[in-house]
Design a protein around this ligand. Sequence first.
Ligand SMILES: Cc1cc2nc3c(=O)[nH]c(=O)nc-3n(C[C@H](O)[C@H](O)[C@H](O)COP(=O)(O)O)c2cc1C
Length: 394
Amino acid sequence: MFKLPLDKIVNTDDLERSARRCLPKMLYDWIAGGAGDELGLRENRDAFARFRFLPRYLRDVGACSISRRLLGRDYGGPLGIAPMGYAGLFRPQAELFFARTAKRHHVPYIMSGVSVASMEAAAEIAGENLWYQLYTTADDAINVDMIRRAEACGCGALVITVDIPVAARRERDIRNGIDIPPKLSARTVLDGLLHPAWTLRYLGTGGLPVMENWAPYLPKGASGLDVAKFSIEHGYALQTWDHLRRFRQLWPGTLVVKGIMHPDDARLAREKGVDAVIVSNHGGRQFDRAARSIDCLPAIRKAVGAEFPVMFDGGVRRGSDILALMCLGVDYVFAGRPFLYGAAGHGQGGVDRAMEIFNDELSGLMRQLGCLDIEDPNLETFMTNNLKRYPRGE
Ligand SMILES: Cc1cc2nc3c(=O)[nH]c(=O)nc-3n(C[C@H](O)[C@H](O)[C@H](O)COP(=O)(O)O)c2cc1C
């Protein structure tokens, strides 16, 4: 039942095992689970198994660049950290760990609209590497104020998540009694006792943490529970293209829409002045029979053209997954769970380790293949021919 020490962590699955050992079952399930039968969850990951690479040998592979230019900025690698709500519940300060890792590796971290730490605290660490993800609220004054705050603290992009028109049915969470307030049963108490390090941290930091981005909209001193209830009542509101148009007017910087699957939505987003999309099925968490995000890429690329940034998340667990996506013409990649597992099991060191594993696997594979630059315009020639049905902008 003991977790591996950090220096024995070899891959991102090891980080998941650590998190599983450290977290009460209901919290581990909350991260790991997907909607319905979890078919979509499994398929996200399995989708990468079909890709094969073609090496070129007798090349000097001493230097290898994974730097990636995106939306007018040069990033240190092609992989950023996806938004994950309530991360600070799994490990206090998790969002600040993400911010620090993003800064160290000079990549984006998208802070969830339902985070524990505030965007101001994360921006102090990450600067413009922090992107802020807004969940539209029913109270427009809150939307306006959150956008104003994101601009004031220097966030590098505003991300609008569009794939939650209704609450998801994740059956593990229903069975485990995940709710606001959390349902306490003999089983959950025992679960807590069996994971004393998490329980002591939870109790030691005052129980259910306050979501700092929302706290300013409640009376001073509101509890974590009050803030959570308020965010549920006001957040996840009805969202239409009109909202997006308004956000475009309010936000002067880079605007990204996350959760796009349909080519017509991608085209509409572009027409409404959005700067980039993230193709995503929310990590298989919203509905089970979602199309595989990777299968949506060719039509979306065709709809938006060769130059429009198309990003991706879902099931990325290996450096080879990142390279496959880049060969398919994806401009940038995000991963979620591996970073949260890293934080839950090992704190800051676990988040850093997740990023190192991804980048080491990626650059190791590139050297093996004789591919020296992730921005190589002929990157797709490193993949076998059967994948040429995904060409950029065809
Ligand atoms: C615990 C958890 C919480 C999440 N919360 C959010 C969120 O607040 N906002 C959002 O846009 N996506 C959220 N997501 C989805 C992720 O941003 C991302 O799309 C997904 O996790 C990618 O799949 P992966 O975990 O397989 O990498 C969450 C995912 C997880 C696992």
